[in-house]
Design a binder for this molecule. Structure first.
Ligand code: ARG
Length: 599
């Protein structure tokens, strides 16, 4: 089943063609129900092309539209908007075609995969291995995972790459320190355990700042590392393995899968980057690649310093060292040439906006990335404290991601203990193990949902009270909405899986029609998220769906379900319950959130 957006777009595009031009149908969902469900703004743009009045063009399009099976007769409004209202019979037929599901974990709720699968790289999480993961890595991990899940669901091949920092100058200091305080690491690298990477880093840094000899030793150690000295490489690997082990505890807990492919992985790729660029420099190809003050640079159009001087992308420092741009050009070569990706998404904070703009411009300018490949920086804002200040511990240190998650889970436990009620009574009847599992699910869900529900580019305040509220656009509300629908099945004594798939869907009451429309817009939401990479479109959709369901099930505003008569009406409404629960469950799964059957 195609999304409604696609269906309407296809029909309107065909009508535009029949009018004798080509044009984008410009369909979107209406903001206000008064104007119908969808709207096309195509006439305004086409009017110029055709040198006719927009309203006339709109009339001509409507005249040629073949759409009676989907909509009521379209209406023209204002300067030339075309408004569409979906027909209940179309809604019913479409929902009817969604079969019941046996396996909720693989359920697609009737949504087919894309007809144009791509190879897509999502570069996510990517902490620096010198330190413990801190709160700053939450967003990249959670947003990256959600985007990857949606693209995978659409049927794309997705490489989830964790571009960890494992090669920078800090490693000289850390490895030199490690060798001094844990000399046994050289012989038994596999046994290295560092309980607290953060304090290890602080110790090493203190020594580095205080001791000139140690500083020198640190520098020699980086050089040895990059040259491939076997002993230093062993220590380095022991350190990185240990640091990655810490990261993967968190990834496992958050159910985030990824491949570790740090900067070191591109070591040879970086040399290739330099070789190719030097060749261009030596051939003076357009003067794009030149030396500047001893550094190798790619000159770009449209980037200047504050003084108005050209601002090039530096790819080799004057001391011969590689930098962030070198390794990122190597990632692009690998992803385009080896993985054959046609879309590369970097989920990295907005602080690196300019780096990516210059990187992408450089990769295109030197011809490594053609017009058929999309490069996208999915930049996000900061997570701030509840007070709106930078997120720090009381002592001013960085907050470890693990501590933050633990706190959210502890708070979730209290909320569920105190407020979690459904038809089975207070939650205190759960065993401690059940309670632990529920608290873990709700706590992590709250953190993820809150993060994903904000518009990507704005900063947001981390506020446990708000994110754990039972009302509003929060994870507990969504989880509760799901659990409640599942409990309707139990109360009605029916197994949703066994509802007859051929039982007709009957839509009469306004709350039924509204719910049916919302359900069919699931495909639209997923399509938009896949295209624009905005997870909050999905959270907003799910919240609207949960509200539409609430109205449908409301004693006053909605309809009877469990005791509805006749049986055909009852089974139609139970089918709507089932499809809603499944859409909520799938939607939450795409956000990286597990549902619970009872809470
Ligand atoms: N490790 C980097 C940091 O901590 C982020 C890397 C993002 N990915 C990339 N390909 N540049 O800032």
């Amino acid at each position: 089943m195609k999304s409604i957006l696609e269906l309407l777009s296809d029909r309107v595009r065909a009508a535009i063609a029949r009018v004798g031009v080509e044009g984008d149908p410009q369909i979107h969902a209406s903001q206000d129900e008064k104007f119908g469900d969808y709207q096309s703004n195509a006439a305004m743009g086409l009017a110029k092309k055709l040198a006719r009045k927009p309203r006339e063009v709109a009339e001509a399009i409507v005249e040629k539209l073949d759409i009676d099976d989907l909509c009521e007769r379209p209406e023209i409004a204002g300067p030339g908007f075309i408004n569409f209202r979906l027909q209940p019979s179309f809604l019913a037929r479409s929902l009817q075609s969604i079969a019941t599901a046996d396996d909720l974990d693989t359920d697609r709720v009737g949504l087919p995969p894309t007809e144009k699968p791509e190879v897509i790289v999502v570069d996510l999480s990517s902490p620096n291995l010198a330190k413990e993961m801190h709160v700053g890595h939450l967003r990249s991990t959670v947003i990256g995972d959600c985007v990857a899940r949606v693209l995978e669901f659409q049927g794309h091949t997705v490489h989830r790459e964790n571009h960890v920092g494992d090669w920078g100058t800090q490693f000289g200091m850390l490895l030199a320190h490690l060798r001094r305080v844990r000399p046994e690491v050289v012989d038994r690298p596999g046994e290295l355990v560092i309980r607290d990477l953060e304090s290890f880093y602080i110790e090493a840094k203190a020594r580095f700042d205080a001791d000139e000899k140690f500083k020198e030793e640190s520098r020699e150690t980086v050089v040895a590392l990059q040259k491939g000295d076997p002993t230093i490489r062993r220590i380095w690997k022991a350190f990185c393995d240990e640091s990655l082990r810490h990261c993967h505890e968190i990834y496992d807990r958050l159910a985030v899968r990824l491949i570790d492919r740090g900067e070191s992985y591109y070591h040879e790729g970086m040399e290739e980057v330099i070789r190719r660029l030097e060749r261009m420099r030596d051939h003076h190809e357009g003067g794009t690649v030149r030396d500047s003050d001893g550094a190798l640079c790619v000159f770009l159009d449209g980037f200047t310093t504050r003084e108005g001087q050209p601002l090039p992308l530096m790819v080799r420092k004057s001391d011969g060292g590689f930098n962030y741009a070198t390794s990122d050009l190597a990632t692009i070569l690998d992803r385009v040439e080896t993985l054959k990706a046609t879309r590369i998404v970097y989920v990295v904070g907005l602080a690196q906006k300019q780096h990516f703009e210059m990187l992408f411009a450089a990769a295109r300018k030197v011809g490594w990335v053609g017009p058929d490949v999309r490069l996208e920086h999915l930049g996000f804002g900061n997570m701030l404290s509840k007070a709106g200040t930078p997120f720090k511990t009381r002592e001013g240190g960085t907050v470890k991601l693990k501590d933050l998650l633990d706190e959210a889970v502890a708070r979730a436990r209290r909320v569920v203990e105190e407020q979690g009620l459904d038809e089975t009574g207070p939650r205190r009847s759960f065993t401690p193990q059940q309670m632990d599992a529920i608290a873990e699910t709700v706590g992590l869900a709250a953190v993820k949902y809150f993060d994903l529900s904000h518009s990507m580019t704005s900063d947001y305040r981390f506020d446990l009270d708000t994110m754990l509220a039972m009302e509003g656009n929060t994870a507990p509300y969504m989880l509760y909405a799901y659990a409640r629908i599942r409990s309707i099945g139990r109360k009605a004594g029916v197994d949703f899986r066994e509802l007859p798939s051929d039982a007709p869907i009957l839509l009469e009451h306004p709350s039924e029609i509204a719910l049916a429309k919302k359900l069919l817009q699931f495909a639209d939401a997923i399509e938009v998220v896949g295209r624009e990479l905005r997870p909050n479109v999905l959270t907003d959709y799910l919240y609207d769906l949960a509200k539409a369901f609430s109205r449908f099930y409301d004693k006053k505003l909605g309809v009877r379900v469990i005791d509805a008569t006749p049986e055909t009406v009852r089974s139609s409404r139970l089918r709507l319950c089932d499809i809603t629960a499944r859409a909520l469950r799938l939607g939450l799964r795409l956000l990286g959130i597990d549902t619970i059957e009872q809470m």
